[in-house]
Ligand binder design. Structure first.
Ligand SMILES: CC(=O)N[C@H]1[C@@H](OP(=O)(O)OP(=O)(O)OC[C@H]2O[C@@H](n3ccc(=O)[nH]c3=O)[C@H](O)[C@@H]2O)O[C@H](CO)[C@@H](O)[C@@H]1O
Ligand SMILES: C=C(OP(=O)(O)O)C(=O)O
Length: 417
């Protein structure tokens, strides 16, 4: 298990290009099992979670080839309905295979998914919706047994716009009989990317990006080529790397519209941000302004996946900031690690009060989850002295060559195995 060692104080400058989005490519790769067709996916990031999904697809009998950032999946030869437990436990996205496999074979056996430790992550909305579509689901001894003779389109009102539940329903409904309507659907851009992939394969889906998604079931899917959308969270993380180091970084290969909530908060924090067609430049101020309130919300609100990185930034702001985490129950584990570095943060349930300090000091810290790990590296970039971040594997779930890219931008950073 590797760790990151960073010596803070360097101003980061230069250009970085953003890779494909983890949260878009994982459901798309799950969707490749549906059609018994060939999918060629470009802009696939080199991430641990993608490797896990690749192993799952192979274990199900799919043929998979990877060449740099291209992944080709042929799901004709799929011959198993059991998703290996050890792989399911590795990441949250494995649960999306439930809808995809039900659609393909009418049967799937899966255990409860893993993923980041950010509080309880029930799957009740997924199960309720799949039952409404006609699946028989039995939960027993940690496994979920799903079976159906036929999935039938229906109207599903989600109690909460869950990203994963929306994706699972879309995948289950693609080839269901009749029309499925999802109300209060998640509006995240990754849902739009999934719709695009499926429609290119011959699905009939409309409305992704709004809270009502309509899926007209089709009989079959055809071969498809798709280019994964850029990762808005990776982009946001580099934006903060610039902000926190008084830097000047150009972030390329992005979709500006996906970043509006992050841009607005970084401008409030005093950053200068210049946008172009598919790139932007962030110039960090001498001292970060505090921000009265950041509330994490479903898209287009401020993303929970940027909350930890924002906390690192606000820990050195001029004044007191408040972060309210409304999406997950327990997503402040990084705060105690920032406190080791001299941050002044108090947690009251799902609210964090951050009194900015003039300077953080390097310390030995541990990443408890993916974005928490990114937060500690960002804090280390600005801190005085040496910061160590243990449990690098969390970071590798969602950032491709993070330390290498930061080094290219001027950081004094290395990975130690
Ligand atoms: C692989 C992926 O795309 N992960 C993203 C996805 O996770 P994920 O799809 O797990 O997130 P959801 O939108 O489903 O979860 C949001 C909230 O709803 C709750 N909930 C969800 C489902 C359910 O059946 N019951 C229930 O109570 C969750 O516990 C959580 O508190 O969206 C999150 C919210 O933007 C992001 O932080 C994750 O990075
Ligand atoms: C929470 C995250 O991922 P996952 O849902 O895959 O655990 C994330 O990407 O920040």
């Amino acid at each position: 298990m590797g760790k990151i060692v960073v010596i803070g104080g360097n101003r980061l400058t230069g250009e970085v290009s953003v890779t494909g989005a983890k949260n878009a490519v994982l459901p798309i790769l799950a969707a490749t099992v549906i059609g018994g067709n060939e999918s060629t996916i470009f802009n696939v990031p080199k991430l641990r979670d993608v490797e896990v999904m690749e192993k799952i697809l192979i274990s199900l009998g799919c043929k998979v080839k990877r060449l740099d950032r291209m992944m080709w999946v042929d799901s004709k030869s799929l011959n198993s309905v059991k998703i290996p437990e050890e792989l399911v436990r590795e990441m949250r996205s494995s649960i999306i295979l439930m809808g995809a496999m039900l659609s393909r074979t009418g049967e799937v056996i899966i255990s409860y998914p893993g993923g980041c430790e950010i509080g309880p992550r029930p799957i009740d909305l997924h199960l309720k919706a799949l039952r409404e579509l006609g699946a028989d689901i039995v939960e027993s001894h940690g496994f979920i047994y799903c079976k159906t003779k036929e999935l039938k389109g229906c109207e599903i009102q989600l109690d909460y716009p869950s990203v994963g539940a929306t994706e699972n329903i879309m995948l289950a409904a693609v080839k269901a009989k009749g029309t499925t309507i999802i109300r209060n659907a998640a509006r995240e851009p990754e849902i739009v990317d999934l719709q695009d992939y499926l429609n290119k394969a011959g699905a009939k889906i409309s409305g992704a990006g709004t809270s009502v998604i309509i899926i007209d079931g089709v009989k079959e899917l055809k071969d498809v080529t798709h280019n994964t959308m850029p990762d808005r969270i990776v982009a946001g993380t580099y934006m903060i790397a610039s902000a926190i180091t008084e830097g000047e970084i150009v972030i390329k290969n992005i979709i500006i519209d996906h970043l509006q909530a992050i841009i607005a908060k970084l401008r409030e924090a005093g950053c200068l941000i210049y946008t172009d067609n598919n790139s932007l430049k962030v110039i960090g101020p001498k001292r970060i302004n505090s921000i009265e309130m950041i509330q994490t919300l479903p898209y287009p609100g401020f993303p929970t996946d940027m909350q930890a990185q924002m906390m690192a930034l606000l820990s050195i702001a001029n004044g007191t900031s408040i972060i309210s985490e409304t999406v997950f129950e327990n997503r402040f584990k990084h705060a105690e690690e920032l406190i080791r570095m001299g941050a002044n943060i108090k947690i009251f349930g799902k609210v964090a009060i951050i009194k900015g300090v003039k300077e953080l000091t390097g310390a030995k810290t541990t990443a408890k989850d993916l974005r928490g790990g990114a937060c500690l590296i960002l804090a280390g970039l600005a801190a005085k002295g040496v910061t160590e971040v243990e449990n690098m594997y969390h970071i590798e779930r969602g950032y491709e060559d993070f330390h290498i890219e930061l080094e290219k931008l001027g950081a004094n950073i290395k990975k130690v195995e």
